[in-house]
Write a protein that binds this ligand. Sequence first.
Ligand code: SF4
Length: 226
Amino acid sequence: MPPADAALRAAAELGPFCAVDDDAGPGAVDLADGDTLLRARAAAVSAVLGSAAAAREVHSLVHLGVVARVLSPALGAALATGVLPVPASVVLQPVGSNPVPMAWAGVRAVAVRTPDDVAAGLAAHWLTPLVDPWTAAVAARSVSPRVLTGNVVSALHGTAVVVAGARPGLAARTRAVLDALLAAGPLAGTGGWRPDGGFARRSCCLLQRLPGALPCADCVLVGLPA
Ligand code: SF4
């Protein structure tokens, strides 16, 4: 099994969202300090979007962006190498456009050979200990947990698209991991496949209400079987 640092190097080759930095820069905030991270990131995003952006929609956008940033290297490494890197802590730069600088500490390697292993490993080592507290911090600021859970599956699907685009040979494994995530565990039933093969989440993310936003590619309203 490759060590965690080798898995992270392989993930970084998939694209900038899948890369982990040595240093997240001045003012970086621990993911575990969800209130501070949300406040700082929401202020930075609101400054770009302007006063027409309502707080709830900004918070959903911030939640989705942070989840995508923190999970992309983990999923990318697991898909590319069969090793899930699991950090003891994650710090992010709250200012700037995504992918923002992000650094991990205390990273260990967990073997995830099959798609079911990847899905179970993500749930046990990432979603429950690292993402759920962040989601709870955002939920406490008025965004519904259903919206936020949908953001998590949307973020993972977004990473899957990036990985399959960068390494077409991983497309089948990527699809199998998404199927496993949707079949069991904390993300079961949060999304599905349209007849045309596209992915759709089962809850709205609110992003289209933001100034200048386009309809979401995985919009809940478009074509998902009941
Ligand atoms: S495009 Fe769909 S998912 Fe996105 S905000 Fe609109 S209704 Fe919600």
